[in-house]
Design a protein around this ligand. Structure first.
Ligand code: FAD
Length: 560
């Protein structure tokens, strides 16, 4: 930005818009900065809303990160809440702003405009969608309404439509308040961004805590009963009755203003921007949930509604406006969610997203290590899946679920992905260790070791799909007592400690696919067998992974 005072107008004053405004001021004291938000607040913590509904956060004021007064007093930024920007005239470089309190509309000139309008909750056009008691949770007033409804109606049951991150956070929080919760999800798994086998423990966790999970079914219509309850009819014909309904079926980027102004909208539906967050108009930037960005792993463009990217994009746009060459490097969708004490986290590509992008050069491993050493009390397993490029070992993505230490491992891997790291970097990673925090061989290191072993041929991996192959030879190296709880149909059981003595029972031709409980004993067995000339491979993650696979029920043999 030149030394002359420029007028920068920002539409939307929460994650992306507020960050952009504050950064801009720190870089340019002379700019005239005005932020418009149609809501009553700026810079509020929308990520905290489920916890406000759940009474974990009791004081609504805690959700207000900064007020209009603070922006004015501390940063000399003019924040106008309850002001909706209703039009952009790119030729004249003006916006039309409607004061929602007075109804008056004014024209405001800009030198630079920043669009940070976020996303809106999807509300499908189905019968009864606008009935009282059906809520989306996007704003503080939305959450206030849900809280009031629960109190006024003495609500006991809730239906949550959508089993993604926000839906499950709401399920957790409403159950915490004593409501009986049902989650209805159209996909055949909860947490649709995860791969199905990684979402299975999440579903189990929900059910263990009394949540009814109804998959592969969507809502078709709503009606209200005479007592003011709601009945949702589903695609499958079920009728689900609840005292309130939360719609959490995703969001749509708010691109109405940009589209009407002729700013280019990208193929995935978000505002198209370059790496400086500049739109197709040289005077208009856009940031946050409203824009589409490049997926750093798959190279595809999409909209990723997450707070971290929105904040970083706001910062990048401010720097670009001030003439700095800062670039936004894209999104890899690192996300985390808490569900009844379980942490679910992911970063980078899932197997699903790789397939969608037409990428087949990948390998996957599963492991289930403790979050810290087993000898220190309280070790909890982390179920971890890591995807990497078969050809060069580059890490593509990771997903993890568990009670402790999940976010730490995913964050470490997220950083490795951002720096273009390979699985060899994971095995070499030097991470902090003391018994109550981790292990000298941290789960991140173990993931690296397993992937390295797979890549260098020490422990080739068999596909879990091969379990359905009638001709294959499966070797279960667990103890017989463990096999009694369930095993793969047709598998031969030779416990690891007997293996050296019973090599004659194994086929000398064709692969031998080895598994144990979680993978460790199978690894030892594979090494032993390969050194004796057998074509041994590992079924990664062992029986524990097998039990989470969609094919599990089909291949399951009941215990004898
Ligand atoms: P927003 O924060 O939505 O702000 C956009 C603002 O623009 C809104 O206040 C809106 O009123 C205003 N606006 C829109 N159009 C106009 C207009 N024409 N004129 C004036 N004002 C306008 N992300 C995470 O990473 N982790 C989480 O745990 C997480 N939890 C979430 C929980 C909930 C319940 C919700 C709703 C979201 C959550 N998110 C989470 C997503 C995260 O909040 C968003 O990605 C982030 O807020 C996007 O920032 P933004 O600035 O693009 O949009």
């Amino acid at each position: 930005m030149t030394k002359d005072s420029k007028r920068v107008l920002i539409v939307g004053g929460v994650a992306g818009g507020a960050t952009c405004a504050a950064r801009l001021r720190r870089l340019c004291e002379r700019a005239q900065i005005v932020v418009y938000d149609r809501g009553p607040y700026v810079s509020f913590a929308n990520c905290g809303l489920p916890y406000y509904v759940g009474d974990v956060i009791r004081d609504e004021g805690r959700l207000l990160v900064a007020s209009a007064e603070l922006f004015q007093n501390r940063f000399n930024i003019d924040v106008r809440t309850e002001h909706e920007v209703v039009g952009v005239d790119r030729e004249r470089r003006t916006i039309s702003v409607k004061n929602l309190k007075t109804g008056e509309t004014t024209q405001e000139h800009y030198d630079t405009l920043v669009l940070a309008p976020g996303a809106s909750a999807i509300r499908p056009p189905i019968a009864g969608i606008d009935l009282p008691g059906i809520f989306s949770v996007r704003t503080i007033p939305d959450s206030r309404r849900v809280r009031a409804w629960i109190a006024d109606k003495s609500a006991r049951t809730a239906l949550i439509v959508g089993g993604g991150f926000i839906g499950l956070e709401m399920a957790d929080n409403l159950a915490r308040r004593g409501l009986c919760v049902t989650v209805l999800e159209k996909a055949d798994q909860v947490m649709p961004p995860l791969d199905a086998e990684m979402a299975k423990p999440v579903r189990d966790q929900l059910e263990t805590h009394g949540v009814t999970v109804r998959l592969s079914d969507g809502v078709k219509s709503f009606v209200a009963t005479a007592e003011g309850r709601l009945i949702a009819t589903t695609d499958q014909g079920a009728e689900l009755t609840a005292d309130l309904v939360i719609l959490a079926i995703g969001v749509r980027p708010e691109v109405g203003l940009a589209r009407a102004a002729g700013v280019t909208i990208g193929t995935s539906g978000g505002i198209a921007v370059n790496e400086s967050m500049l739109t197709s108009d040289p005077h208009i930037y856009a940031v946050g949930d409203a824009v589409e960005t490049v997926d750093t792993v798959t190279g595809t463009r999409h909209v990723v509604p997450l707070a971290g990217p929105a904040n970083r994009q706001g910062r990048v746009a401010a720097e670009a406006i001030c003439g700095r060459g800062t670039h936004f490097r894209g999104v890899q969708a690192t996300a985390v969610c808490g569900v009844f004490g379980m942490t679910v986290a992911s970063t980078g590509a899932s197997e699903k997203s790789l397939k969608r992008a037409g990428i087949s050069d990948y390998e996957k491993i599963y492991l289930h290590p403790g979050h810290h050493v087993g000898y220190y009390p309280g070790a909890k397993p982390i179920h971890l899946k890591v995807l990497f490029r078969r050809s060069d070992g580059r890490i593509l993505g990771a997903q993890a679920v568990g009670e402790e230490g999940v976010d730490k491992r995913i964050d470490v891997i997220a950083m490795a992905i951002q720096l273009g790291g390979t699985v060899h970097d994971l095995s070499e990673a030097e991470l902090c260790y003391a018994p109550q925090f981790g292990a000298a061989k941290d789960p991140v290191n173990l993931a690296g070791f397993i992937a390295e072993n797979a890549r260098n041929g020490d422990m080739p991996l068999a596909s879990w799909d091969s379990v359905r192959d009638a001709d294959g030879f499966r070797l279960d190296v667990r103890e017989p007592a463990e096999c009694e709880k369930g095993t793969i149909a047709g598998a031969v059981n030779i416990p690891l400690h007997e293996l050296r003595l019973r090599l004659g029972e194994l086929p000398t031709q064709g692969p031998i696919d080895v598994y144990c409980a979680v993978g460790q004993r199978a690894y030892y067995a594979v090494r032993l067998l390969r050194q004796h000339g057998f074509d041994a491979r590992q079924l990664s993650g062992g029986w524990q992974t097998h039990c989470t696979l969609p094919s599990f029920s089909a291949s399951r043999r009941d215990p004898p």
